[in-house]
Design a protein around this ligand. Structure first.
Ligand SMILES: O=C[C@H](O)[C@H](O)[C@H](O)COP(=O)(O)O
Length: 228
């Protein structure tokens, strides 16, 4: 499938930004799977020697199985570079993440990284954020009251459920509420409001965070520096 090919191109290209001796944050998602696959190859062939932390149990397991040295976040002193996927990136390099419900760990790792790279296929590059539903990780206790408050604010909340209609659980056993907003006119204002709501652990707005975006395009992967 074309989209997977573009994700793979971006993931493989990102490994060129990794140097031996670095501590790397590994993101989560299908695009990151390709990155980890390629990193595993270069570690196994002896081309790269790195230490890594993961933003999810899934990534931790994939990377460990490939022989990549994995650590708990509390056991590393610094993270040189984090490479992660994204669900949408706008013209100002602001992003939505959390389609795979991993945004809380992802944001903690990103905020503690010297540098952040996002890897995406070209369909993720948008003029304005919001067509992709904005994920919130929420505490199960009182989720319904929080849901009602979000509904009253016209934020169009939906509890994310599996095919058996059970709430999906994050790595921290929390729920996910997605906000179907269509257009986010003021990402910073919305992020500030969400930050103040008790019961929301973390939202998927990743603002003023990314340094470089690698976009998988039909003619090949393109690295774009955020110079703003
Ligand atoms: O929670 C998941 C992450 O934020 C992912 O990085 C994001 O959803 C992109 O995922 P994918 O690479 O599978 O499109």
């Amino acid at each position: 499938m074309k989209q997977n090919r573009l994700k793979q191109d971006a993931g493989v290209k990102a490994v060129d930004f990794i140097k031996s001796g670095m501590t790397i944050g590994l993101g989560t998602g299908s695009t990151v799977t390709y990155l980890v696959e390629e990193l595993g190859k270069r570690v196994q062939s002896g081309q790269l020697d790195v230490d890594c932390v993961a933003t999810s149990q899934r990534t931790f397991e994939q990377a460990s199985n490939l022989g990549i040295k994995m650590h708990a976040l509390s056991d590393v002193n610094q993270i040189d570079l984090t490479i992660d996927g994204a669900d949408e990136i706008d013209l100002n390099f602001q992003g939505i993440k959390g389609g795979g419900a991993a945004q809380t760990y992802e944001k903690i790792v990103a905020l503690n990284s010297q540098k952040n790279i996002w890897i995406v296929d070209e369909s993720k590059m948008v003029d304005q954020l919001g067509a992709f539903p904005l994920p919130l990780e929420v505490v199960p206790f009182g989720w319904k009251q929080l849901f009602d408050r979000l509904h009253k604010e016209n934020l169009n909340p939906h509890l994310r459920c599996d095919e058996k209609h059970q709430p999906i659980l994050t790595d921290m056993n929390n729920y996910v509420i997605d906000l179907y907003l269509q257009k986010i006119m003021h990402p910073h204002l919305l992020a500030n409001w969400l930050n103040q709501q008790t019961g929301i652990i973390e939202h998927g707005l990743f603002l003023d965070l990314v340094n470089t975006v690698i976009v998988g395009r039909l003619y090949g992967p393109e690295a774009i520096e955020n110079v703003r």
